[in-house]
Design a protein around this ligand. Structure first.
Ligand SMILES: Nc1ccn([C@@H]2O[C@H](COP(=O)(O)O)[C@@H](O)[C@H]2O)c(=O)n1
Length: 625
């Protein structure tokens, strides 16, 4: 772990369900390869993950089983280690490549910006030459402009010790927000291609491995792949590894097909094992009628990693793991990620507190950051931003260069549409928030264009279902993390009357299709709240008029005047939605009617500029960083 990372907190653990074929799975790491430096529960880094995988590989070699490592995309955007360098990923991509990964896919965040996907093609695909799979993604080759598959469409390989014959695919969900140098082929189309039909027709295969930047539940894309495989190969076991919705989840398709999703931000190392698979060595190993699938969501901290690898502080680090940890530290220093712009006076939460409330990031943006930033305009304005642009909580204490990218890494600039009648402009928020009589799907349906993607506007934590949301959602063991010391929270022993065995570490309490025993760490549950898709602030509006209603002392407003026209200011990412809402409200505007505001600064710039200037966020002298 990084030198400044808080020590992990001991807690009761469930055991690793080791089997014949074992998997480690990461997804949606979003650049958090240095681990969580303010949360002890997730404080291990990519170097530790490398050491951990090494020990599990050794275990597999020793007992003749196998281990495969999978990553399902969104490795970029969301942490200073990736976002603060120029070019982005200057250090991070070389750090990630040190892990030996068997199956790797793209995510939507690798495709938003042309530069990112070009770099993915020119660097990351060659770095993971044998394992990068792009079953439904093409790119226009930056060298010659020719459309070409981003990487191989699938791969067939045999596991090292057992000789299990695996066919692996790598999909991305039907994403539409990519830059125009890549082409995402709808999954339902890709599986009609001859190469796919031939691959699933192969009878010399013991396991289909479908990796994808695709949610495992309510997933038309994985449902289609599952059906296609079963239509041509009714019995061969299938395993899915998914992502994108940032949750821990495990779904049963049927007894020979399960799907794992392993959270987000390097909080979770997903583990899955299958026993009872057939192998190429037919004489030696007979396939079971019903292979046994098991899963464990490992909290990414050294306490858990030592335990599951049977190592300790003096035996855990491998040479490579240590070097990668060091490289992360050096990169963080070069990027000055610990430099503080100010100090947060208290914690601000994205979804761990109701909205609105005093400790909600969205309320803080709406009531303080946005009004203070835009009050220069003097023109009545409605400023809108999507809550999805905010990615993480702010903890009390130093707000650093790194924090800026944790909270909002995006470069989308702020834009304006001028002189919109207030009667229409004031209804845009309600439409975008899916409130009232007209709902987002209705809006999308009236659109004559394909420029909107419903999923894109969704709030960041739109739950797959209530259960998954409240039970499987992320945790922040921050309160304990900040104490920087180890507290033993083991289970009660016989005769140990005065200790109770109530879990003390707050975190995931996942409920999935296999039950409630999936989290390796037995956590105290955390409650999460829904947040709206978008928030808005009115700035430079006429002051309300007051009248003395109850005599000279008690005044109350009698008339709140509204402007006739306003400027709408918004984060470019939601521009298509704003245009669509205005069109629906009878105020059609086009892209040419929009222009940059604040010289195209992003929400990230707005937040850090505000923090630098705000006296309430000045760091106490003795704690200056
Ligand atoms: N320029 C951008 C890009 C993305 N977003 C937000 O991120 C969401 C997608 O992130 P996932 O980790 O869920 O893939 C997207 O729906 C937006 O909310 C943004 O605000 N600006």
């Amino acid at each position: 772990e990084q030198p400044s990372a808080p020590s992990p907190i001991a807690a009761p653990l469930r055991e690793l369900p080791w089997g014949q074929l074992n998997f480690l799975h990461t997804t949606d790491t979003h650049g958090w390869h240095g681990g969580h430096l303010q949360e002890a529960q997730y404080s291990a880094d990519w170097g530790d993950y490398i050491s951990f995988a090494h020990h599990l590989h050794k275990r597999a070699d020793d007992d003749g089983s196998d281990l495969l490592v999978v990553d399902t995309g969104d490795r970029v955007e969301g942490n200073g280690l990736y976002d603060a360098s120029n070019p982005k990923g200057k250090y991070d991509l070389d750090i990630v490549k040190q892990q030996s990964i068997d199956v790797l896919t793209v995510g939507n965040h690798e495709l938003y910006q042309r530069n990112t996907s070009d770099r993915e093609f020119n660097k990351v695909v060659p770095d993971f030459k044998n394992s990068y799979i792009a079953s439904n993604l093409d790119i226009y080759n930056p060298k010659n402009g020719e459309r070409t598959p981003m990487a191989q469409r699938f791969r067939k390989f045999t596991t090292k010790n057992q000789g299990i014959r695996v066919i692996a695919f790598g999909f991305i969900f039907n994403f539409q927000g990519n830059a125009n140098n890549t082409v995402v082929q709808p999954v339902e189309e890709a599986i009609k291609e001859q190469w796919f039909k031939d691959a699933i027709d192969d009878k010399e295969v013991d396991l289909f491995l479908v990796a994808g930047h695709v949610p495992v539940r309510d997933s038309p894309e994985f449902d289609a792949v599952y059906k296609a495989i079963r239509d041509s190969n009714w019995d061969t076991p299938i395993v899915f590894f998914g992502g994108h919705t940032h949750i821990r989840d495990y779904r049963k398709f049927e007894k020979k097909a399960w799907a794992l999703e392993s959270g987000r931000y390097m909080e979770t190392l997903g583990f899955l094992s299958i026993s009872g698979l057939g192998t190429g060595k037919k004489d030696e190993v007979e396939a079971a009628a019903s292979p046994d699938y098991k899963r464990l969501y490992i909290d990414n901290n050294l306490y858990s990693l030592y335990h599951h690898s049977g190592k300790n502080a003096s035996t855990f680090d491998t040479e490579l793991g240590k070097n990668v940890t060091k490289a992360i530290h050096e990169a963080r220093k070069k990027l000055k990620l610990d430099h503080a712009y100010g100090c947060a006076p208290h914690d601000y939460w994205l979804s761990r507190t109701p909205y609105p409330s005093d400790d909600s990031i969205l309320t803080w943006l709406e009531n303080q950051v946005i009004p203070d930033t835009f009050n220069f305009t003097k023109i009545p304005s409605i400023i809108l931003t999507n809550s999805g642009a905010i990615r993480f909580d702010i903890f009390k204490g130093p707000f650093t260069i790194d924090s800026t990218f944790l909270v909002s890494p995006f470069t989308s600039g702020l834009r304006t549409i001028k002189d919109v009648p207030y009667s229409a402009a004031s209804k845009v928020l309600q439409l975008l928030n899916n409130e009232g009589q007209i709902l987002l799907p209705d809006l999308a349906a009236v659109s004559q264009t394909d420029r909107v993607d419903l999923d894109q506007l969704r709030a960041p934590f739109a739950p797959v279902n209530e259960d998954t949301f409240f039970h499987a959602h992320t945790s922040h063991a921050h309160d304990l993390a900040l104490e920087h010391h180890q507290t033993f929270l083991g289970r009660k022993k016989d005769g140990d009357k005065d200790k109770d065995d109530t879990p003390q570490v707050p975190g995931y309490t996942t409920k999935d299709d296999a039950g409630t025993d999936g989290d390796d760490t037995i956590h105290q549950p955390i409650k999460f709240y829904q947040v709206p898709n978008c928030i808005s602030s009115n700035v430079s509006f006429p002051a309300p008029e007051y009248a003395a209603a109850y005599g000279p002392v008690n005044f109350r407003p009698v008339h709140i005047s509204t402007p006739e026209k306003v400027d709408i200011i918004y984060n470019e990412f939601i521009e298509n939605w704003i245009l669509l809402a205005l069109e629906y409200l009878g105020e059609k505007r086009e892209k040419k009617d929009t222009s940059a505001v604040l010289e195209g600064k992003s929400m990230t710039d707005v937040i850090s500029d505000w923090i630098k200037k705000s006296p309430d966020w000045a760091c106490p002298k003795e704690k200056d960083v």
